[in-house]
Design a protein around this ligand. Sequence first.
Ligand SMILES: *Cc1c(COP(=O)(O)O)cnc(C)c1O
Ligand SMILES: [Zn+2]
Length: 555
Amino acid sequence: MPKTVEMTCLDCGERAPFAPMQLACAHCGSEWLEARYDYAAVVTRFAAPDSGAHLRRNPGLWRYHELLPLRDLAHAVTLGEGNTPLIPLPNLGLMLGCANLFVKDERQNPSGSFKDRQAALAVSVMKEADIREAVVASTGNVAISYAAYGARAGIKVYAFLTSLVPPEKMRECALYGAQVIKVTTTYDRSKELAQAFARQRGMYYDRGLRSIASVESMKTLAYEIAEQLARLNPDGSASWRAPDWYVQSISGGLGPVGAMKGFRELQTMGLIDRLPRLACIQVEGCAPMVTAYRRDSETPDVVVSPRTHIGTLATGNPGRAYRILRNYLQQHGGTMESVSDEETFRAMHVMAKIEGLSMEPGAAAAFAGLFKLVRHGLIHPDETVVINCTGHTFPVESEVLGDGWAQELGEAQLAQPEPEGVLAALQRLDARVRSIAIIDDTPDTVRLLRRILQARGNYDIHEAEDGRAGLALIRERRPDLVILDLMMPEVDGFAVLDALRADEATRDIPVIVVTAKALTPEERARLDGQTSSLLQKGEFTDDELLDDVRKALPE
Ligand SMILES: *Cc1c(COP(=O)(O)O)cnc(C)c1O
Ligand SMILES: [Zn+2]
């Protein structure tokens, strides 16, 4: 049954069916669109806690697919994200005098952070919309997650990372095959650059809080927590339950904005009877929300130059996220608190040494914040508190990758005032990238070739599914290399070769033939001298293909 997902404009209320590439309200132009569902219909199928249908489903994020903006579950790109455990913290509880502390252990997601929820859904939605390239700007973990899920889905990821991102994280992205672009600037500026780059190329750009899939993914945190707490109900009932507090370290604020939407939806559906209080924890060196909240400002105190070692949390301008979170705090309670880098590092030691939880500093800030809120008496000893342990790091050792896994944009390029300066620099970096046209009418072969080329090199790949479209593509794009199938309807590979060789402009483009056909001696003679190499479908290895590609490409 096709589900209805609607986008509602947060500014004027206009409603439209969900479309991943629609970025703004058709009525007022606002970019703030929110997904809405037919909750009454969903609740009958979904989530009655004792309904067998719900519980028999696979655990994890997709368990809640009725409330996610993916039309067909078959398009889900999954690595086993979500369904992270809710683990009691007895030792920390003793230390702080709180009996009901739980960690939502998001380290246990496939790439080690809760950003896997975001990437899993966003990449699945892209796959469903047949989008092949994506751009992200990231303080590290979004890029790693996108790189991993992108690799799995055959989507090329361009990751803009600032110099605050540890090199281990950059290498992790590169290992997954993402194009890493190091920018020597702030995170906020790198977002502008990435967005301009995406706009210029017509690529999908993850706009965080303004990307519906990203917000929707984080709702699953709330669903899982409420369902997991139901298993711990003191009265043995199966009713879903919100905690008294949800505590998270925040940067752009996507996590809590999504999670609080999730709790609200559960309340709308009558599955929980109240909402949690929210604690947003920032680091002192970059606390645009906390300082603004303390002085009751409606807008964040934008931090132009973050002063913290904790790059994961270095969003200096959270924009509208602040307003959304502040509204939530005013309506449902909670607070914003900041912690120093030193307090964060101390919390890292405490959590590792008393509970066996090793986490990255960006996650530990939440615990440093918890210590403060308990000490100040805001969190009471008997309250149920869920702290999101947002991330673990799995560093890729420096020996694993050779040189050239990142492109760098230094001060010199960034100093140029107009955005054209930087985009031009990016284009120059890009000029080294060789382009390859694949002309083949078998989708599986195209997918295989694209995967191999993307996984093992940095190529700009174009595709055409028959000879006629292939010739048009070659004349328009002038690729550095053509990979050509022989058996295609109408204009076949032989005809394409003849046409290429007859045209001055395309005569010298090297061609690799990939064919399923057992060639006759006459056909072999026709190809002789025309192609760089001939590969038999189903018989070549990735190494052989890459060898041939490298040999065929002009220096
Ligand atoms: C992204 C991230 C955060 C901040 O999350 P937001 O909800 O986007 O503010 C915190 N910790 C880790 C480890 C992260 O990767
Ligand atoms: Zn509108």
